[in-house]
Design a protein around this ligand. Structure first.
Ligand code: TYM
Length: 342
């Protein structure tokens, strides 16, 4: 009989830049919803993933704290969810090594994120960590026997790889030790696009700050970025289907829907025939109303970095308590000797 695993959610965000509206709508907002549904939730600032590309140490520390502040400001309750930074829990690095030995070079070289990040550049100069990145991600999830992972669409392939690694481990060692994880890619904002180019994902690494809204942006900055967002000349259509070949318009309508908690059809019903001259100010007002309270709370939390570190430490203790026995058992399964010491 197949082993059953208790429902448990794990997800992570890289502190390699500020948290964007894409991270918020595609991930963070949904992390809060999952917590509030009463499922066990474990959320992680993945600082070890961040250093797969160069990070200035002081900036990384700041961004890790700022990310944690964003989680709390957005509604993650560190008493209910486990909130921590990856490097404080050794299980991630330990299991990642085992998974490096399970995953195949061919699987890793087929990852579109690896291909995109090295396209047109010297792949030979990319870090080994960047190549192995998805094995660490699989370790993040499997160190907790997590069964569900809420993510944006760009992480789908990495989660398929996580399943492949778990299945291969189970087969190689003749066990049913790791669950086959289910990606949760849900809602209207699973792929928020750049405000400057509707064919590109909104990203913290885009060189243009105008391409994204950051959770640290103030009201004027948000309104300015939406006002200048690229659009076409036509008014909004009266069916959602008519947005198909209008990526910028579709993006703004989807952002509106996600922020308002409406479907795209509802937004279209409200704004059919509207020009962007009237839709953009409505979107800016909505974005400011939803994001400003989060920004204000983040700024308040950031005044006390020691308290953020305390919260992350407490989360790390709880994460450690779950992951330690899981990884110990992996060592036993793989034939690593663990002597009693001390
Ligand atoms: P990262 O830091 O790039 O993004 C964090 C989360 O935000 C989602 N996301 C978006 N969603 C919608 N529209 C966008 N434009 C957008 N940009 C980002 C991402 O899909 C993600 O859910 N590899 C991961 C971090 C990670 C992880 C994990 C996630 C490490 N270990 C284990 C889940 C489970 C990443 O780089 O996410």
């Amino acid at each position: 009989m197949a082993t059953t695993f208790a429902p448990r959610i794990f997800s992570g965000i890289q502190p390699s830049g500020g948290i964007t509206l894409g991270n918020y709508l595609g991930a963070l907002k949904r992390f809060v919803e999952k917590q509030d549904e009463g499922i066990e939730t474990i959320y992680c600032m993945v600082d070890m993933h961040a250093i797969t590309v160069w990070q200035d140490p002081e900036t990384l520390r700041h961004q890790t704290r700022e990310g944690a502040a964003a989680f709390i400001a957005a509604g993650i309750d560190p008493a209910r969810s486990i909130l921590f930074n990856q490097s404080q829990v050794a299980a991630h690095a330990q299991l990642a090594w085992i998974f490096n030995c399970v995953a195949r070079m061919g699987w890793m070289s087929r990852m579109t994120q690896w291909k995109d990040k090295t396209a047109g550049k010297n792949a030979e100069a990319a870090s080994l960590g960047l190549f192995a990145y998805p094995a660490l991600m699989a370790a993040d999830i499997m160190a907790y026997h997590a069964t569900m992972v809420p993510v944006g669409e760009d992480q789908k392939q990495h989660l398929e790889l996580t399943r492949d690694i778990a299945i291969k481990f189970n087969n190689d060692y003749g066990v049913e030790y790791f669950p086959v994880v289910e990606p949760l890619i849900e809602g209207v904002a699973t792929r928020v696009m750049s405000l400057r180019d509707g064919t590109k994902k909104m990203s913290k690494s885009d060189p243009s700050d105008q391409s994204r809204i950051n959770l640290t942006d103030d009201a004027d900055t948000i309104a300015g970025k939406i006002r200048k967002a690229k659009t076409d000349a036509a008014p909004l259509p009266d069916t959602a289907g008519a947005l198909r070949d209008r990526p910028e318009a579709r993006n703004l309508v989807s952002i509106y829907a996600a922020l308002a908690g409406h479907t795209v059809d509802q937004v279209i019903a409200d704004f059919a025939g509207a020009q962007f001259g009237s839709f953009k100010p409505a979107l800016a007002d909505l974005a400011v109303a939803k994001l400003s309270p989060i920004t204000t709370e983040m700024n308040r939390l950031m005044k006390d970095p020691a308290e953020i570190d305390r919260i992350l430490g407490h989360g790390a203790d709880r994460a450690e308590a779950i992951s330690r026995p899981i990884v110990d058992r992996v060592y036993d399964i793989t034939g690593m000797i663990r002597s009693r010491r001390g």
